[in-house]
Write a protein that binds this ligand. Structure first.
Ligand code: APR
Length: 280
C-alpha cells in the first residue's frame, strides 16, 4: 500500500475518521479558522491565488507593491486605489457560499465554540452565524470610522461619497481625516476582540481550517495552538502552514464547497446543509 504519511492516504482514511469523531460526540467544541478561499465561489477574489487573486490584479492602480492598497501609510497619501477597490468588494453585493452555511449548521448543532475569520466580507454573519461566535481578526466592512479621530461613520454613506468620485472625510472641521471601513490595514492594530484572543480556546476539541494560505500573522499561528490530540482538519486547495505535520491532521486538498459537502454527507447533514444554504 501507499506510504501512510502521504496526504492522499490521510485524507481518504481520516475524513471518515473526523466524521465518526463528530458523530460519536467527541467533538462538542469545534473551532473554525477561515480565510478568503471560502468566499471565492461567491465571486470575491482571494488575495494570493495566481492569476485570480486580488494581488495579481491591481496593476491598474500602479502601486509600489500589491499590499500597498491595504497599507495605512500609503492610504493616507493616496486613498483612491483602496476606495476604487472598496466599491468592487462592497460585501452587500455577494451571497454566502455553502461553506458559510456549513459553519452556520455547525453552530445550529451546538458544536461551534468559535469562528476565527480573516475575511472582511461579513458573509459568515449573512449566513446566520451569530456575531458573538465570530472573531473578525482583520475587522470588517460592517462599520467605518475616521482614521485620525476614530469617529464612527456609516459604511453606506462612505461608499456613496466614493461613488460620487469624492473622498470621504471626517465631518469634524478640526480633523478632516479620511474615513474608511474598519478593516485592519497593514500598520494598524488588530481589533480588541482578536488581540485578546490571539490563541485558540484551550477546550477546543476539533479544529477546522478552511480557505486560507496561513501567511499573515498573528492569525497564521492559531492552528499551532491546538492542543495535542486535538484533530486538525484542513479543507483547502493547497497544503498550508503546519497542517499535515501531526499524525492526526487531516488534509482535504480540494475546493472548500466540495469539501464541506463531503464532510456533511459523511455526517448525514447534507440535506440540512443544502436547505440551510438555499435560505441565504
Ligand atoms: N477552495 C479551497 N481553497 C481555496 C479556494 C477554494 N474555492 N479559493 C482559494 N483557496 C485557497 C488558496 O489556495 C489559498 O491557499 O485559499 C487560500 C487563500 O489564501 P489568501 O489569498 O492568502 O487569503 P487569506 O489567507 O485569507 O489572506 C490572509 O492576507 O492581505 C491579507 O488581510 C488580508 O485577510 C487577508 C490575509
Amino acid at each position: 500500500g501507499q506510504d501512510a504519511s502521504t496526504p492522499e492516504t490521510l485524507e481518504s482514511r481520516t475524513l471518515e475518521g473526523i466524521a465518526r469523531y463528530i458523530k460519536d460526540g467527541k467533538a462538542k467544541k469545534i473551532v473554525i479558522m477561515t480565510g478568503a478561499g471560502i468566499s471565492t465561489s461567491a465571486g470575491i477574489p482571494d488575495f494570493r491565488s495566481p492569476e485570480t487573486g486580488l494581488y495579481a490584479n491591481l496593476a491598474r492602480f500602479d502601486l509600489p507593491h500589491a499590499e500597498s492598497v491595504f497599507e495605512i501609510s500609503y492610504f493616507r497619501n493616496n486613498p483612491n486605489p483602496f476606495y476604487m477597490l472598496a466599491q468592487e468588494l462592497d460585501p452587500s453585493k455577494f451571497r454566502p457560499t455553502i461553506t458559510h452555511s456549513f459553519i452556520k449548521l455547525v453552530h445550529d448543532k451546538g458544536l461551534l465554540l468559535k469562528l476565527f475569520t480573516q475575511n472582511i466580507d461579513c458573509l459568515e454573519s449573512r449566513a446566520g452565524v451569530p456575531s458573538d461566535s465570530i472573531i473578525e481578526a482583520h475587522g470588517s466592512f460592517a462599520t467605518a470610522s475616521c482614521i485620525e479621530c476614530k469617529s464612527r461613520y456609516l459604511p453606506e454613506k462612505m461608499l456613496e461619497v466614493v461613488r460620487k468620485g469624492s473622498v470621504p472625510q471626517c465631518e469634524d472641521d478640526t480633523c478632516r481625516g479620511l474615513v474608511k471601513p474598519n478593516i485592519v490595514f497593514y500598520g494598524e492594530p488588530m481589533p480588541e476582540s482578536f488581540s485578546q484572543n490571539k490563541t485558540l480556546p484551550a477546550d477546543a476539541d476539533l479544529a477546522i481550517v478552511m480557505g486560507t494560505s496561513l501567511t499573515v500573522y498573528p492569525f497564521a499561528s492559531l492552528p499551532g495552538f491546538c492542543g495535542e490530540g486535538v484533530p486538525r482538519l484542513l479543507i483547502n486547495n493547497e497544503q498550508v502552514g503546519s497542517l499535515g505535520s501531526r499524525p492526526d491532521d487531516v488534509l482535504l486538498l480540494e475546493d472548500c464547497d466540495s469539501g464541506v459537502r463531503k464532510l456533511a454527507k459523511a455526517l448525514g447533514w447534507l440535506e440540512e446543509l443544502e436547505t440551510e444554504w438555499a435560505k441565504t
